[in-house]
Design a protein around this ligand. Sequence first.
Ligand code: C5P
Length: 221
Amino acid sequence: MSVVALVPAAGRGVRLGGSVPKALVPIRGEPLLVHAVRGLLASGCVHAAVVAAPASDVDVAAGALAAAGVDAQVVPGGPNRTQSVRLALHAAGDPTIVLVHDAARAFTPAEVIKAVVAAVSAGVPAVIPVLPVADTVKRVDPAGVVLNTPDRSELRIVQTPQGFSADVLRRAYDAYPDDTTTDDAGLVERLGVPVATVPGHAYAMKITTPFDLAIAESVLS
Ligand code: C5P
């Protein structure tokens, strides 16, 4: 059973500021992307990684990974996350299980990665790590006026890696070639395939803002 991780890392990361793509922003001296791919491979249950890097920075991303001794194939990403995943999937060969993991979730603990792979290995076609919602959530209209208050006990925050049997993920990407509105699990849901959940982890946070970067520098490793 071969497990390949696809790592969409082609975002510009404008919310993080600065001129380098987000995946190449250093934390503790190494780019986010290096931390993310190293974590996947170090979990012991991922056999290979395919990174979708910004098209203008494929060589830089590949060089950073190689310099860190982290083995990954790097391909040019697309104009949005879905297209980047599609391009990485195309380059992934013929694995049994595919994980899709945001480079921005660079410090995801091995226990989360292992739980996702274990679920798909056990026959679950699609699985996502989730956290309960700590805050009250409101639905609002375009003017910002509250419409209603969803029952937060039914809501979950979604993290990555999302795990799939490879044929299910390929089927989803083939069925919705132009869709960029949702995540990978969202495409699979539309096929009518059940998506299971496993517990996520606070350390699997998506590093998006300068505040997140400061947290990553000081807390995560
Ligand atoms: O922009 P957002 O934070 O939602 O991006 C989530 C992940 O998707 C990031 O790791 C980012 O690098 C990746 N992405 C990508 N290709 C794009 C846009 C985003 O691989 N064109």
